[in-house]
Design a protein around this ligand. Structure first.
Ligand SMILES: Cc1cc2nc3c(=O)[nH]c(=O)nc-3n(C[C@H](O)[C@H](O)[C@H](O)COP(=O)(O)OP(=O)(O)OC[C@H]3O[C@@H](n4cnc5c(N)ncnc54)[C@H](O)[C@@H]3O)c2cc1C
Ligand code: FES
Length: 501
């Protein structure tokens, strides 16, 4: 395998300071406890604090270092190709509400940036979904027609400023892009104080709802009237959101390019294999972000190939001077293409969740924060019913049946993994499932030859994890939990580390 180019960290995280909030040290009580500190949590906290509520944000790692710190940060209601499908499956009225709520999220960010003069590289841009082949042209044309029908700012174009020809594209005007972490770090500064708190390095292990809510963490307990679980995928098993979505991982590289080679606008391809493209200003120059290579978490071991593919694509299409960064992240895809935002279960009165943003959570996380803040404040939000998290779930759609069957297959198939393999079979730099005294062990041998061995059985619901070579992590193919090579949780739904050996 050729060596990979670029620093292995998200540009958004590398270009911003750490926030350094304390961990929880005493039990306390607030109006609203908010679990997680990504775009959903911080938007909700901002609105609730503005409305006079006391809030506590509880983040297991650091502020905005989850998916919101690894995104492409396009703010658009053009979610590749979606409106023709939404109209077909949900009807014109619901598709219009989806469009309007996503447009409202863009305008919420724009207004917040303007009012608070947030230095976050926010700029208005057009968004494009393009095709380079005649095969997908009809889908593009249908999308333009559907988008126009529900009042979106869509046009069909045959030319863009991309440095290669396209066959056609749907273009939305007056969309936006930003540096999401700069935006969130600005907002979070206003949360602490006057009875409100922000905690980092504090993992929530359980949320209980009785007469009042209790958020049980590894550092203490927070009591609250309401709780928002904004952990990307809920860490609570109630509601079965891990079964109503599937985790999709995707890759990004940042390449330095000359300003005169840079395309104007934000782009995403269509069809089986596609790339996402935008630029961002950096120290007087420009970085080109190219994303792609999406797959279900835990189903690709050699993920380094994904980075190489992005690099080849960027070098062959754009005048790349250097590859500066590479990173990857994941989001949860909802089977009916609508996110889940609202009460955790039909019986919940005070516990709320948001998930299933399907890789478009810059707007959907923002609108989730808006809807959940409204629910807690007793304000009727026009989009709340559309995204109702307790709605009848399309378990029976072909895609969800396939994904759930795959989960079953992984569970059964993984029982056979690692048979007849021992620690000696693990080469330097390699991760393998091996058997030690009859137990399945996830073993990684680092560059110094030392073995890091943890249980291979996922601490969520017991599937066997799979190696991810690009990130040197153990990823669960069932519901997307991820762990570092020492077994520490990187991504939920699990809240427990892998067992040590
Ligand atoms: C490659 C890629 C590119 C993307 N690009 C775009 C884009 O251009 N435009 C767009 O609209 N969307 C995009 N998205 C989607 C978007 O980035 C996400 O939907 C959004 O950031 C999710 O925000 P969130 O608040 O749900 O989750 P997060 O930002 O992950 O926040 C959840 C937080 O909860 C914390 N947490 C988890 N478990 C616990 C626990 N037990 N206790 C306490 N805290 C916990 C995590 O550490 C994390 O910080 C992209 C997604 C991917 C995968
Ligand atoms: S994430 Fe559910 S079993 Fe691993």
């Amino acid at each position: 395998m050729a060596s990979l180019s670029g620093k292995h960290i998200s540009y958004w995280i590398d270009s911003t300071p750490t926030a350094n909030f304390p961990a929880l040290s005493n039990n306390l009580s607030v109006d609203v406890a908010i679990v997680g500190a990504g775009i959903t949590a911080i938007t909700a906290a901002t609105l609730l604090k503005r409305a006079g509520k006391t809030v506590a944000i509880i983040e297991s790692q650091q502020i905005s270092t989850g998916v919101s710190g690894h995104t492409t940060a396009k703010l658009t209601s053009l979610h590749q190709l979606i409106y023709a499908d939404l109209i077909k499956n949900h009807g014109e009225e619901k598709a219009r509400l989806y469009a309007q709520s996503n447009q409202a999220a863009i305008e919420f960010v724009a207004k917040t940036v303007a009012e608070e003069q947030i230095d976050c590289d926010f700029s208005r841009q057009s968004a494009y979904t393009f095709t380079e082949t005649e095969d997908n042209l009809q889908d593009i044309e249908k999308e333009v027609e559907a988008a126009l029908k529900i009042g979106l700012p869509a046009t069909f174009v045959r030319e863009t400023s991309l440095p290669f020809p396209i066959v056609g594209a749907v273009k939305f005007d007056h969309q936006a892009q930003f540096h999401c972490r700069k935006y969130l770090l600005h907002l979070i500064k206003q949360i602490s104080g006057d009875g409100s708190y922000v905690f980092e390095n504090t993992r929530v292990e359980q949320v209980k709802e009785n007469d009042f809510c209790q958020v049980i963490t590894n550092q203490g307990i927070i009591q609250a009237q309401d709780v928002i679980v904004a952990t990307n995928i809920p860490i609570t098993d109630e509601g079965l959101f891990f079964a109503k979505t599937y985790p999709k991982r995707s890759y990004i590289i940042d390449a330095r390019i000359a300003k005169d080679k840079a395309p104007q606008g934000m782009y995403i391809g269509s069809g089986e294999k596609y790339y996402s493209i935008r630029t961002t200003p950096v120290n007087g120059g420009l970085l080109l972000l190219v994303g792609g290579g999406g797959h279900k978490v835990g189903t690709v071991e050699n993920t380094e190939e994904k980075y190489l593919d992005l690099e080849n694509y960027a070098r062959s299409r754009f005048g790349v001077e250097s590859i500066d960064y590479r990173w990857s992240t994941q989001d949860f895809v909802s089977f009916d293409r609508l996110p889940y935002i609202g009460k955790l279960t039909p019986l919940s009165k005070h516990t709320f969740v948001a998930t299933g943003f399907s890789l478009w959570g810059m707007t959907k996380g923002t609108l989730a924060g808006m809807i959940l803040a409204d629910s807690i404040l007793g304000i009727k939000n026009p989009a709340a019913d559309l995204y109702d998290a307790t709605r009848a779930t399309p378990f029976l759609r072909p895609q969800s049946i396939k994904q759930n069957l795959q989960v079953g297959t992984h569970w059964l198939g993984s029982r056979l993994k690692g048979l007849n393999k021992s620690l000696e079979d693990v080469a330097i730099g390699e991760g393998k499932i091996v058997t030690v005294h009859g137990d399945k062990v996830a073993a990684y041998r680092d560059e110094t030859g030392e073995i890091h061995a943890v249980s291979a059985v996922c601490s969520h619901l017991g599937c066997v994890v799979a190696w991810n070579s690009g990130e040197k992590s153990w990823d669960c193919p069932c519901h997307g939990s991820r762990f570092n090579c020492n077994g520490e949780v990187l991504h939920g739904p699990t809240v427990k580390d892998l067992k040590q050996f």
